[in-house]
Design a protein around this ligand. Structure first.
Ligand code: 3H9
Length: 715
């Protein structure tokens, strides 16, 4: 797990060996302790180099061990023992030095980095802090402001930035281990006093108290209830104000609190879930590992509206050749100029003069004849999409994949318009498509596993978290969201204010409450969908449609031209024109009072517990139905869709993980309660899977699949 070899006659080379990322498992830590001791006590060894096998230095503590009882040597004394060594110890950083991996490197006297390496302390993203001395050594090395930035955000830096910050001593394009050995030999005999970071004073700015106050305020605001970023600030404050021995004690205390928290469990669940969803499977048994993706280098995007533009940019930034088609010359010119602007902004963000890209524009659908994959991104109209699919079927090569960017429409119906239904797959992007991380990949009953594999791989290539789901109205994302949104409107109908509902959801951790989000995306979007479903009856106030409870409030606002931010009015008021600040609107308050009076509804006091339970448990209950139907392969798929598509607070793990933490029997009991109160809302009827899980003793989320697979009676 760590091997020692003698190289160049006098350098002890320690190689960490734990594929794929050389995580610091108990065995690796034991290996480091043993090999360091051996190297230091061997008189032949004049210097030590530590590296990782297979081009990766070390990605930190072994996260898989966090759920097991601690065994093996502790990491802090292991690193302290390296720092006090009286022979120079050099870290040869290739690939990644993350978390405990970077902390190990900070305990070494020198750090040589490969130019392509990435360095960082991402513990905060796992609900933890860098507790192997990272919060104490990094500020001493690079100063308090830079250390606070890296530790509280968990962001990675390139080798070039690490050199600029003073985190590494040298960056090389050549063989890193050889460079480190050469460097180690060059410093043999030199004093190591100034190289022991824990013994150095922490360089503190003059306005230190004000700085910590400012950072703490900012971190609390952006953390949305997450504890780890706050603890990170406290630990760095200890580095700035206390000697190392006391600082490390504080680091340990803060870590102890975080380590056993539900938030850390949720964030670590997210880490693994993000990787689990890439290993998709289909109900017919097709899996990621038996489906070879096709090579894709040229893609067409049909339609250069908001979504088409974002998709084009995402593809171009990933180095794919893109043919963008818009049938009207004027719209094409507008789309082209918008795409160019977005690419220029992306270049600016990357700090380069321009991004090399290959985007070709055309007003002819025939221009897509030689692409390997088409993404149709016209607006959400089934008739129009069907026409396009029919034409694509004759224009494209016989093996071209035909994909549709749709948020709800039937993929199978689109597939039936073509001669190749097996090559039709849904690609549900989220706006803005070049920035949002989620891609819902929708397979129909006839989609070929290879087609799904190809789209999943393309998603990864353009930087998305791709989640494969089955075909149903609204797929996983919007099918669940619809019920969550409907409950929020019912609550307002019954007496809550939009501000109160939003405040409750934001306090839970959503960056934006449901009503502010609706105003931002436009109330007319849902109105159009409800019209297409035959639910809208202009000017009508009836509260039962298609046999179930309906709230016409959204329709009534739209009829008044209140579409949200874009019209300056929606659930909130945006003044002056163009303002993005949502202000309570006295007009809306009187409108709601009048509406309730006309409906004979007596407004009641609604507390935040009811808001949370009705909104979230409706979402969760539909999640169980989706699992039961096999539309999502597991709870991880649903959770990643909500974390990456709707900013569900990551430190709560996603709706299904949250349900497991609340307790499934509690969720069931509250759903039964609300179902009794609202018998006209069918989806409050608890899912049979939820009932089965509760009667199976509410197993942990990792075991739900066993209950899902158990045959059951529908009676
Ligand atoms: C820490 O260090 C605490 C310390 O302060 C000490 C406290 C006392 N452990 O991402 P990939 C697995 S906390 C265990 O697909 P990539 C991963 O699950 C740690 N396993 O590859 C996957 O397994 P599988 C702080 C790990 O090339 C496989 O490796 N460190 C770990 O896209 C490949 O991973 C971090 O948070 C780990 N530490 O990206 C770093 N890391 O194949 C987390 C990865 O079974 N890691 N695995 O699904 C990463 O950010 C990325 O994995 C990395 C590679 C950039 C390294």
């Amino acid at each position: 797990m760590a091997a020692l070899t003698l190289v160049s006659g006098s350098v002890g080379l320690i190689t960490l060996q734990n594929p794929p990322v050389n995580a610091l498992s108990a065995a690796v830590r034991q290996g480091i302790v043993d090999t360091v001791q051996k190297a230091l006590s061997n008189p032949q060894v004049k210097a030590v180099v530590i590296c990782g096998q297979n081009g990766v230095f070390c990605a930190g503590a072994d996260i898989k061990e966090f759920s097991k009882p601690m065994s093996g040597p502790h990491v802090v004394p292991m690193i302290d023992a390296i720092e006090v060594a009286n022979k120079p110890v050099v870290a040869a950083i290739e690939g990644s030095a993350l978390g405990g991996g970077l902390e190990l490197a900070l305990g070494c006297h020198y750090r040589i980095s490969q130019s392509k390496a990435q360095l960082g302390l991402p513990e905060v993203l796992l609900g933890l802090l860098p507790a192997a001395g990272g919060t104490q050594r990094l500020p001493r090395l690079i100063g308090v402001p830079a250390a606070l930035d890296l530790i509280t955000t968990g962001r990675y830096v390139t080798a070039a930035e690490a050199l600029k910050l003073g985190m590494v001593d040298q960056v090389t394009d050549k063989n890193t281990v050889e460079a480190a050995i050469k460097f180690a030999l060059s410093v043999v005999g030199q004093s190591l006093e100034s190289r022991r970071i824990s013994t150095l004073p922490c360089p503190c700015p003059a306005d230190m108290d004000a700085l910590f106050e400012r950072v703490m305020q900012r971190v609390k605001q952006s953390a949305r209830g997450a504890m780890a970023p706050v603890a990170c600030v406290q630990a760095v404050q200890a580095a700035a104000t206390l000697p190392y021995a006391q600082g490390i004690q504080r680091e340990r205390e803060l870590m102890d609190t975080l380590f056993t928290s539900g938030q850390a469990r949720a964030l670590q669940y997210c880490f693994f879930s993000q990787r689990v969803v890439s290993r998709w499977s289909m109900p017919n048994g097709a899996r990621w590992d038996n489906s070879k993706p096709k090579h894709v280098s040229k893609v067409a995007v049909i339609g250069l509206g908001t979504m088409g533009r974002g998709i084009t940019v995402a593809l171009a930034l990933a180095g794919l050749s893109v043919v963008a088609v818009e049938t009207q010359q004027q719209q094409m010119m507008a789309g082209q100029s918008a795409v160019s602007g977005m690419l220029a902004r992306a270049a600016q963000k990357r700090g380069v003069p321009s991004v090399k890209h290959q985007v070709h524009y055309s007003v002819e659908l025939e221009a897509v004849a030689d692409v390997e994959l088409v993404i149709e991104a016209v607006f959400e109209d089934l008739g129009l999409k069907k026409q396009i699919f029919k034409r694509l079927s004759s224009v494209c090569k016989t093996d071209t994949l035909l994909c549709s960017n749709t948020s709800a429409l039937d993929i199978d119906e689109l597939a039936s318009q073509t001669h190749r239904p097996e090559l039709v797959v849904g690609m549900h992007f989220f706006a803005p498509a070049h920035l949002m991380k989620l891609l819902e990949v929708v397979y129909g009953p006839r989609s070929a596993p290879q087609a799904v594999a190809t789209v999943m791989k393309l998603g990864k290539r353009i930087g998305k978290v791709s989640v494969a789901v089955g075909n149903c109205r609204g797929f996983v994302s919007n099918r669940m969201l619809k019920l969550y949104a409907e409950q929020a409107v019912f609550l307002v109908e019954e007496g809550a204010s939009p501000e109160m509902v939003d405040h409750t959801l934001e306090k839970f951790g959503f960056p934006m409450g449901l009503f502010r989000m609706s105003d931002l995306s436009g109330l007319d979007v849902g109105w159009k969908v409800r019209k297409a479903e035959g639910l809208v009856e202009p000017g009508q106030m009836s509260r039962v449609r298609q046999g179930r409870r309906y709230c016409p409030l959204g329709d009534l606002l739209c009829e008044q031209g209140r579409f949200g931010q874009k019209t300056g009015r929606g659930w909130y008021l945006y003044e002056p024109a163009g303002s993005r600040e949502a202000r309570p609107d006295p007009w809306l308050q009187s409108f709601l009072e009048e509406y309730r009076a006309r409906q004979g509804l007596v407004p009641r006091r609604i507390d935040s517990q009811e808001v949370l339970e009705r909104c979230l448990y409706s979402l969760i209950n539909e999640g169980f139905n989706i699992l039961q139907e096999g539309i999502a392969a597991g709870p991880e798929d649903i959770d990643m869709i909500y974390v990456f598509g709707f900013s569900f607070p990551r430190h709560r793990g996603g709706p299904m993980f949250y349900a497991s933490q609340v307790g499934l029997s509690r969720v069931l009991q509250r759903l039964e309660h609300y179902q009794q109160q609202h018998p006209d809302v069918p989806y409050l009827q608890p899912s049979s899977l939820l009932r089965r899980l509760v009667s199976s003793g509410s197993p942990p989320i990792q075991k739900w699949k066993e209950v899902m697979r158990t045959p059951h009676s529908a009676l």
